[in-house]
Ligand binder design. Structure first.
Ligand SMILES: [Zn+2]
Length: 361
C-alpha cells in the first residue's frame, strides 16, 4: 500500500519519494491541484514515509510509527483544517499549531503539520504562519494543501516547494464509483467524465440531485415546454437549495457561538450572508458545468457520432440527433456568458431565465 495506493499522481509521488529517500525534507511543501484528486491522502502517506522505521523512500505500514499515523494518533503528525462552516483558518488555529512545534518531535523523527485548504487562512493567519516559515522549527515540515495557491501570500509560496497534482483518469474515478455504488459501467463512466477527474465531485454527483435536475430541465426544453415555466421550476429548486444552505450555516454559527461563550460578539450576520451567497454561487457553477456538458455532448455526438467522446453516455438515447451546429455553439456561448454574470453577482434568476430562452431556441 503506502504511496502505491495513490492513483494517477506519478510525478508528485516520484518527487516525494526522492525527498524522503535523500532525507532532504524542506520546511514547507505546497501541494497544489484540484479538489478530490488525492492531496490529503498523499500528505498522510508522506507523513508516514518520513517517519517510517523500516522503509527508505516509502511507508511500510507495519512499524509502530506507520500504524500510529494511520490511526491518527502519532504525536508528531498534526492536521489542521478549517473547522466551521465559515471555513476560515484563523490566527488562533495557526498559533495552536506553532506552539506544538516549539518542542523537538516527541517520537524522535520528524514533525509533519498538514494544513488542509491552506488558502482558507485569513490574512492574519497567513502573516503569522509566514513568520514561522521564515524561521522554521527544526525537524518540522509544513505541508500546505490548496486548490487555489494564488490566494496564499507570494512570500509563503516562495518559501515552499510546490508539488502539482493533476486530475484523476476517467477509469480511476469510474472504478471507485463502481466499487462504492451499484452502478453500471456506463453510468459510472458518465459520472466520472462529468467529474473532470475529481473523486470528490464524482461522489457529490452520485449523492446530490443536481444532475437529475439538469436532465429534467434539458428534456423539458427539448420537448418544447415554455422556457419561462422551466426557468420558474429551476428558480424554485435553487431557492430551496439556498434555504437549506442558509439553515445549515446558521445552525453551525449558533453552535460555534455556544462553544465559545467568551466570544464577545454573536453570529456575524454579514459574514453569514456573504458565506451563504458564496455557497449558492458555487452550486450555480456546478449546475452550469452540467448544462455545458449536456449541450457540448449533443454537439460533439451530432458531429462525430462517437460515443467515446460523450460525457453523458448513459443518456445517449435522449440526445437530439438533428442538431443545428451554429445554434448549439451559441447555446454553449450563452452558458459561458451566464457563468460570467454569476461571477459578477448579477441576479441569478434573471440570467438563468435568459439562458433558458436561449437553450429553448
Ligand atoms: Zn513503517
Amino acid at each position: 500500500m503506502s504511496f502505491n495506493r495513490i492513483k494517477d499522481q506519478h510525478v508528485a509521488i516520484k518527487l516525494l519519494r526522492g525527498i524522503v529517500c535523500a532525507d532532504r525534507v524542506p520546511s514547507g511543501l505546497l501541494f497544489c491541484g484540484p479538489y478530490g484528486v488525492g492531496k490529503r491522502a498523499t500528505a498522510l502517506e508522506f507523513a508516514k514515509a518520513v517517519n517510517c522505521r523500516d522503509s527508505k523512500d516509502d511507508a511500510c505500514d507495519e512499524c509502530l510509527s506507520c500504524r500510529k499515523t494511520m490511526h491518527g494518533n502519532h504525536a508528531d503528525v498534526i492536521v489542521v483544517r478549517p473547522v466551521s462552516k465559515s471555513r476560515v483558518i484563523k490566527v488562533e488555529n495557526i498559533e495552536d499549531v506553532i506552539e506544538r512545534t516549539m518542542f523537538r518531535p516527541f517520537e524522535g523523527g520528524r514533525r509533519v503539520c498538514v494544513i488542509e485548504d491552506a488558502d482558507r487562512m485569513n490574512e492574519a493567519a497567513q502573516n503569522h504562519f509566514l513568520k514561522t516559515l521564515e524561521e522554521p522549527p527544526s525537524q518540522t515540515v509544513f505541508v500546505l494543501l490548496t486548490e487555489w495557491p494564488r490566494l496564499l501570500l507570494p512570500t509563503i509560496r516562495s518559501r515552499c516547494q510546490s508539488i502539482r497534482f493533476g486530475a484523476l483518469k476517467l477509469g480511476t474515478v469510474a472504478d471507485i464509483i463502481i466499487r462504492e455504488n451499484e452502478f453500471t459501467e456506463e453510468q459510472a463512466y458518465a459520472i466520472a467524465a462529468l467529474s473532470r477527474g475529481s473523486i470528490s465531485r464524482a461522489r457529490d454527483l452520485v449523492k446530490k440531485e443536481r444532475r437529475a435536475v439538469v436532465l429534467d430541465m434539458v428534456h423539458r426544453l427539448a420537448l418544447g415546454e415554455d422556457p419561462l415555466l422551466v426557468s420558474e421550476a429551476f428558480a424554485a429548486h435553487i431557492q430551496d437549495t439556498e434555504k437549506a444552505i442558509e439553515q445549515a450555516v446558521k445552525k453551525e454559527a449558533r453552535q460555534e457561538a455556544d462553544n465559545d461563550p467568551a466570544g464577545e460578539s454573536g453570529p456575524d450576520t454579514e459574514a453569514i450572508e456573504s458565506l451563504v451567497a458564496g455557497l449558492v454561487r458555487g452550486e450555480l457553477f456546478e449546475y452550469l458545468v452540467l448544462f455545458d456538458a449536456w449541450y457540448r455532448d449533443e454537439l460533439v455526438f451530432g458531429v462525430s457520432r462517437d460515443t467515446q467522446l460523450v460525457y453523458n453516455r448513459d443518456y445517449l438515447q435522449k440526445f437530439k440527433t438533428d442538431i443545428n451546429v451554429d445554434k448549439h455553439a451559441a447555446k454553449l456561448d450563452g452558458i459561458r456568458e451566464t457563468w460570467k454574470y454569476i461571477e459578477r453577482n448579477l441576479n441569478s434568476q434573471r440570467v438563468f431565465r435568459d439562458l433558458f430562452f436561449l437553450l429553448a431556441s
